[in-house]
Design a protein around this ligand. Structure first.
Ligand code: PNS
Length: 159
């Protein structure tokens, strides 16, 4: 089924992201997880930290590579040779933004197709923002992010 790209901020990667990456890796021959270096959002983790965490948690997925990009996603997809963008949908509230992005990416690069996957119900309430807020306020993020990410979050909020 070719080469797909799973783009995102991954600040940090959650079990919801991992679910999409794992499922994409069973459908596509190759998957590139593409971490955006989006300065506008002022991420908690640096681009290096975010890619490192993804490498750790995806190490058992043989056909998954981790990359990062600045600029347009469709340009990065073209550089990688990926023809599919995979995005996870949690709820109807995600849809409007995702629809806009999919149309715009198709306008920019008609050769790249966007495919949506529904996140598992157990992850439908999960977001990196909420995980960061819980961690900042001293709550437990067990079951929401992998153990290695939990540890990094703990260190980060203690700084
Ligand atoms: O995890 P996120 O923050 O929802 O991911 C958003 C992302 C990275 C997919 C999106 O912001 C993106 O593609 N940014 C790259 C810039 C770009 O290509 N913009 C035009 C697409 S409409």
């Amino acid at each position: 089924m070719g080469h797909a790209i799973v783009p995102g901020s991954f600040d940090p990667v959650t079990f919801g992201h991992l679910d999409i990456i794992q499922r994409a890796s069973t459908i596509f021959d190759r998957v590139t997880v593409a971490v955006v270096a989006n300065r506008a959002k002022a991420p908690l983790f640096s681009i290096e930290e975010r890619t490192e965490m993804l490498r750790e948690v995806c190490s058992d997925l043989g056909n998954v590579a981790i990359g990062s990009f600045e600029g347009l996603l469709v340009e990065y997809a073209r550089e990688c040779g990926a023809t599919v963008i995979v995005r996870g949908l949690r709820a109807v509230s995600d849809f409007e933004y995702e629809l806009q992005m999919a149309h715009m990416n198709r306008h920019l690069s008609p050769d790249v197709e966007t495919v949506f996957m529904m996140t598992g119900t157990e992850h439908s309430y999960l977001s990196s923002s909420i995980v960061k807020e819980i961690a900042r306020l001293g709550g437990s993020v067990e079951g929401l992010v992998p153990k290695s990410v939990r540890e990094r979050l703990r260190q980060k909020v203690a700084q």
